[in-house]
Write a protein that binds this ligand. Sequence first.
Ligand SMILES: Cc1cc2nc3c(=O)[nH]c(=O)nc-3n(C[C@H](O)[C@H](O)[C@H](O)COP(=O)(O)OP(=O)(O)OC[C@H]3O[C@@H](n4cnc5c(N)ncnc54)[C@H](O)[C@@H]3O)c2cc1C
Length: 482
Amino acid sequence: MHSPTSQTIVVGSGLAGLTTTLQLISHNHKVTLIEKTSKLGGNSIKASSGINGVPTIYQNNDDTVEVFKDDTLKSGKGLCNLALVDELTSRSRDAIEWLTQDLKIDLSSVTQLGGHSFARTHKGAGKLPPGFAIVSTLVKRIEQIQESNPDILTILKSSRLSKILSENGKVNGVQYQNEITNDLKDEHGENVVLATGGFSADTQNLDTSLLKQYRPDLLQFPSSNGEQTTGDGQKVALRDVDAHLIQMDQIQVHPTGFIKLDNVESHWKFLCGELMRGIGGILLSPAGKRFVNELTTRDVVTDAVIKNCQVKQENEMSLPVGTYVSVLVVSGDDYPKAANHIDFYASQGLLQKGTVEDLLKLLQKINPENEKLNVGSLQQVLDDYGNDVKTKQDPLGRSVFGGAISSQFYFGLTTPVLHFAMGGIEVDSNARAINAQGKVIPNLYAVGEVSAGVHGANRLGGSSLLECVVFGKIVSQQILNS
Ligand SMILES: Cc1cc2nc3c(=O)[nH]c(=O)nc-3n(C[C@H](O)[C@H](O)[C@H](O)COP(=O)(O)OP(=O)(O)OC[C@H]3O[C@@H](n4cnc5c(N)ncnc54)[C@H](O)[C@@H]3O)c2cc1C
């Protein structure tokens, strides 16, 4: 038997891995953190809309844990694991308090996203996007602890998990490959925590692609994820320790990834955060019409985009025929609610500021043969929506509004993108990995997007960052108590 050279090995440095690492080393528990890329942060650092929490001092409404739980179960359409949802929702306030009070991260601005009954998605009031603010603070805190106690943590970057090691049925380490030298090394530890994320970018190697295996119909869509998001944890755990992969066909296609006008065919899209619809943004089809309650759940909005927004003919923008395009329009009145996001998107050429005439020009480029589209008809669509805003009555069912779309507004092209894997490694409510026989795999945990069960058929916006914090804390507690 090998004597452990570190107590716990955490694989993956997104929010799930960083929360686990910080919690463990704060309690003087030794960790080796293994990360495939040269940078820490994973997809978590890209998160732009925020993190859910209920009830918090930043909310100004009657939200409760029960309502949050009901919204999560409704969105999950009968596929959620109730015990996991209980943990997620009942510990959500603690997660926000840990981030804001212990780690001093500003999360004081609260928005209502699709499928939520109340505003409960938290981000900072200043410039920093929430994913970056949270991840960079955790990294800083981890580095501070490491500085004062260098032996407590080893960080191995550019190191890819290639194997889970076990002896007598118990996990006791991992093998990893250095991405630069290709050297393989073993690292032994008492516990292994997989925090390797999802597989919404697993489209490049079709021989091993989980997307091809479980959802070949989705290979046509671009992705909002970083290229590293290839389901390594799921694949290795299935092969080496017979982990039970569940709900692998449940992939969230987010309705709005930005289309960059100078690179419309790129597979990698910048996400147009749901926040943009949360503050009041509406979606128009290429025919210049609203077609969905923009604040219903993501799966419903995406289905509506697919039904109403297909590009039907060759066009000046070189948008491929058969792909799907909707136009996000955000009122100038709503600009202050997300000024930093809008300024950033505008600086990247993803949003432009203009008038109804400018919007018409863009729509005519997508849909050149639509003769019904003119300034008058388009203005009527915007005026009708303005009336909905005034009366708070929307024929499409929207009940939360921003401002009316008046003379100057922001708009940009969007398309559905592969965004989040609800499926993954089955876990119990202590984040212990389960095998195909339904038994706990001793000493193996799975946290964050690599795990499955909490979101069911459709994740609510803001609940993924929350999952990482809640279950990262649970797993650390479990390890510290064992
Ligand atoms: C653009 C974008 C915006 C989003 N916005 C929000 C939001 O506002 N709110 C919200 O709740 N959720 C949001 N999400 C979802 C959320 O960010 C992720 O689902 C969540 O951060 C996943 O965290 P994680 O720690 O499980 O995985 P990740 O953050 O993806 O981290 C996984 C890490 O594991 C590493 N890794 C993978 N394979 C290996 C291997 N073989 N060996 C070693 N390391 C490996 C990866 O390189 C990566 O660093 C967004 C996602 C995207 C893509």
